[in-house]
Design a protein around this ligand. Sequence first.
Ligand code: URA
Length: 222
Amino acid sequence: MTVSFGHIQDIAELSLIARTCTRCPLSEGRTNVVFGSGSVTADVMVVGEGPGQQEDEEGVPFVGRSGRLLTSLLTEVGLERDDVYIANVVKCRPPRNRDPLPAEIDACKPYLRRQIELVDPSVVITLGNFSTKLLLRTATGITRLRGVAYEWWGRYLVPTFHPAAALRGGERVTNDIRSDLRLVRSVIDGRIPSGDEPQANDTLVSVDQEQESSQMGLFGES
Ligand code: URA
């Protein structure tokens, strides 16, 4: 059954609801719901995949190895961790850190939808395939999608690799994330790269009307 949290007016109230959520079986294995952290008035929101072991134990997103790398890469472009809002596609840890299942993502989607609406950031950074595919409603992988700021739902969406991929993939992946975060910096500074002379990693793409209306599916009731 689809649920809407459109009537919930603040993040703290939504977080309280999530704390007792049993909408999917991930609730059975969790230690803590990892709802989100950071500034609820942030200009930048980061969306990861789902909590790992350390996040599950502490109830805070991105506090493990991936989180430390994320924090340091954000700092490089002048974004302090506490100044951004950080959340995940699923709020409870999948067993043995497996990928979240479609039904789990579906069950958790209304929370993410309302988090984005309430925080109302001007830029959403998606980390890795799960958040990027969900929010852009595409089957295209992150390798092809990254490097671009998409106009999305009245704001911008900048997809990049998940920091866990950088921990596995080394300097090349890390540098791609750096480049994407510089793009975020440009967007929030109002230096949106001109379409006249597009550069490989500094391009603004406008989604077409059809794609834009299909993106509403994330926020729709069905
Ligand atoms: N990976 C994620 O996607 N989210 C976290 O919170 C931690 C690791």
